[in-house]
Write a protein that binds this ligand. Structure first.
Ligand SMILES: [Zn+2]
Length: 284
């Protein structure tokens, strides 16, 4: 599933090329993509901003806000009239340089400079909402999303409050969008490995030093993904020849820190990758 870094990378690319453009055509190929509202409202609208909240993308216009959730396998690509890529992000299938529209392209927005925005989703779970701006805010507020981990306001104290009293293990707690927003399976594994914390530790039991370590690790992993490129993982396997992610999707490969083979287990129903040496289950 596209996580915070994938959506943030996409947001940055779209913000650069989409703001100020006018939407001239709307082609909906899969009606169930629209969870609420009418896409026709966007015809003639000018894009005023592109924002992100957790894994949600918000394309603001002078008429309405297009709220997008890519879910498991959504992908958005913005291409110039001549087909050159301006921005792309989300699930890596179809390949980012594949001919578009793809047979799983469900929405095409035509812009006034001839560029096109394609929303493609091979799994058909992605959804969009066309809402008045205030309604988009209310809808997000109703989700009770936790703090944004890349926001300056996300301090170790904020993370400590998000974890306090939680008896569940760290992994599912960090995946809970109401605790910390935007983290998914890949980046939680990476953050826990970087912080040298076992995913099975009880979330509420971390002392201040471990919370600070986890906080720094979450920030470092997300910052790395957004600035250096998102984790390359396909069908649950890290792409060969890459160093990021360090452990996710690398069962049996040596831990980059200590050389111990990376282990895979299921925690809270999710495939979880750890270094058993760097992330001991029992702490002293
Ligand atoms: Zn290790």
């Amino acid at each position: 599933m596209p996580e915070l870094p994938e959506v943030e990378t996409l947001r940055r690319g779209l913000a650069e090329h989409l703001v100020g453009r006018r939407i001239v055509t709307v082609e909906l190929r899969l009606p169930k993509l629209v969870a609420e509202g009418r896409l026709e409202e966007l015809e003639g609208a000018t894009v005023t901003g592109v924002r992100r909240r957790a894994k949600h993308l918000l394309i603001d216009t002078d008429r309405a806000t297009l709220l997008v959730h890519l879910k498991l396998a959504g992908q958005i690509a913005l291409r110039r009239a001549d087909g050159a890529s301006l921005a792309v992000g989300g699930h890596p299938v179809p390949r980012f340089d594949a001919p578009l529209p793809h047979r799983s392209t469900h929405l095409i927005l035509g812009l006034d400079d001839g560029s096109r925005l394609y929303l493609t989703d091979i799994r058909h779970f992605a959804r969009v909402w066309v809402l008045p701006a205030a309604d988009a805010e209310a809808r997000l507020a109703a989700l009770g999303l936790g703090p944004e981990p890349l926001d300056p306001a996300f301090t170790p104290r904020v993370l400590a409050e998000a974890l306090a009293g939680r008896r569940r293990p760290l992994k599912p707690t960090l995946l809970d969008q109401t605790r910390v927003a935007g983290l998914g399976n890949i980046y939680v594994d990476e953050a826990l490995w970087r912080a040298r914390l076992a995913p099975t530790l009880s979330a509420g039991d971390l002392d201040t030093e471990r919370v600070e370590r986890l906080h720094a690790a979450i920030r470092a992993v997300l910052h790395h993904a957004v600035t250096e490129g998102v984790a390359q993982v396909l069908d649950g396997r890290a792409a060969p020849g890459t160093s990021f992610p360090a452990v996710h999707g690398r069962e049996g490969q040596p831990c980059p820190r200590c050389g111990e083979p990376v282990r895979k287990a299921r925690i809270g129903g999710r495939g979880t990758y750890t270094c058993p040496s760097c992330q001991p289950v029992e702490h002293t």
